[in-house]
Design a protein around this ligand. Structure first.
Ligand SMILES: *Cc1c(COP(=O)(O)O)cnc(C)c1O
Length: 398
């Protein structure tokens, strides 16, 4: 079937909760994807950073097919031989004591929220039912009812209330506001080290350091959502490492599976995930052997191919090249590693459509920002080609 037929089927029978570009992908390899009409595109979104390792990485593919032929799901009613190996790997990779495996990012965020509240009651001694969690304005942590309940994006909330109480919102990057919001009932501060969906917003230097210190002083858990910023995207394994802080808990997802399978995790100090007792929390698919085998291979690829280092070097070069584009539609270019936001003076969607027509796939975020986040395996020549196309499109040369 060709693009128009497939788009028509999807529009007719699917819920319209997305507004995708009309590019119907049939195959992917490394940084490239191919549509059903035979056109080739450089993927500059990488599935919101889930495909940092590149599409269909052969090592991860091998881990997937080998494990799929052995056993895929045992449930946590029994043990499987892959989970312990991934847990040990996450420990050595992050230095954290404990990990808990889930599937989607939102589920891992929910898991962290539950752990934080229970820690608040059982360890900190917050009176029952009073625990509060502080989050940031313009956050993105997923789409469950609890999570959209503390979003500041009206569309994410509209029509989905009533919401869970116990959340307080402070401006991102504002340490004084965070200090003012902390009360004896605060159990945690949940923050993205760089806000991705908000448009690649990098906080002022020293913010994470100051926030971590503040949390420590007030016995508040400092929890970082590294689902999109983590696993190499920013040029470090984790974005919070730029400020040399140690969070109490960290949430991972997306690239944890290299895009093959939904795998997410919370990793933490012993005291945090240690609050869970048998029966407190769970997931049928969480920690299944297929997911664990895939995740271990995905982490091996990140490490062996030195993808964070690539993101640091190539990202700095790419940022410089994008900043050099002189176009009246560009308001600001910002980013870290291979994660670049081009903020425009106008809606970004038509520009993304023009870029797609030139063979570059990217997606607008927050109306006016073009996010560039290619797989970290991208080559310098591919970056140069992409930047040249972006230049031509944004300066109206084509
Ligand atoms: C994508 C994302 C999530 C949600 O992950 P899903 O797998 O879509 O549920 C949460 N937090 C951040 C920072 C994200 O980028």
């Amino acid at each position: 079937m060709i693009t128009t037929d497939l788009v028509a089927l999807e529009e007719r029978y699917g819920a319209h909760n997305y507004h995708p570009l009309d590019v119907v992908i049939t195959r992917g390899e490394g940084v490239w994807v191919y549509d059903v009409d035979g056109r080739r595109y450089l993927d500059c979104l990488a599935a919101y950073s889930a495909v940092n390792q590149g599409h269909c990485h052969p090592r991860i593919l091998h881990a997937l097919t080998a494990q799929a032929a052995r056993v895929t799901l045992t449930s946590r009613a029994f043990r499987n031989e892959q989970l312990p190996l991934l847990l040990e790997r996450l420990h050595s990779l992050t230095g954290m004591d404990l990990a808990l495996l889930m599937n989607s990012g939102a589920e891992a965020v929910e898991t962290a929220l539950k752990a934080a509240r229970k820690w608040g009651y059982t360890v900190k001694g917050i009176p029952d039912g009073q625990a509060e969690i502080i989050v940031c304005a313009n956050n993105f942590h997923g789409r469950t009812i609890a999570i959209v309940g503390f979003s500041t994006e009206e569309q994410y909330r509209q029509g989905f209330g009533p919401f869970a109480p116990g959340f307080r919102v402070v401006p991102f990057g504002d340490i004084a506001a965070l200090e003012q919001a902390i009360t004896p009932s605060t159990c945690a501060f949940l923050v993205e080290p760089i806000q991705g969906e908000a448009g690649i917003i990098v906080p002022p230097e020293g913010y994470l350091r100051a926030a971590a210190d503040l949390c420590k002083r007030h016995d508040v858990l400092f929890i970082v959502d590294e689902i999109q910023s983590g696993l190499g995207r920013t040029g470090r394994l984790f974005a919070h490492q730029y400020e040399d802080v140690t969070p109490d808990a960290m949430i991972l997802g997306k690239a944890l599976s290299g895009g093959f399978y939904p795998v997410s995790a919370v990793v933490s100090r012993r005291e945090v995930l240690g609050v869970f007792k048998p029966g407190d929390h769970g997931s049928t698919f969480g920690g299944n052997p297929l997911a664990c085998a895939v995740a271990r291979a995905a982490l091996d690829v990140l490490e062996d191919e030195r993808l964070p280092e690539r993101a640091a070097t190539l990202g700095a070069e790419m940022l410089e090249k994008v900043r050099a584009i002189a176009s009246p539609v560009i308001k600001e270019v910002r980013g870290r590693g291979l994660w670049i936001g081009i903020e425009l003076h106008e809606a970004a969607r038509p520009w993304c459509e023009r870029l797609a027509a030139r063979g570059i796939l990217c997606k607008e975020t927050h109306d006016r920002v073009i996010r560039l986040a290619p797989p970290l395996v991208i080559a310098r020549e591919e970056i140069d080609w992409a930047v040249n196309e972006i230049h031509q499109v944004l300066t109206g040369a084509r």
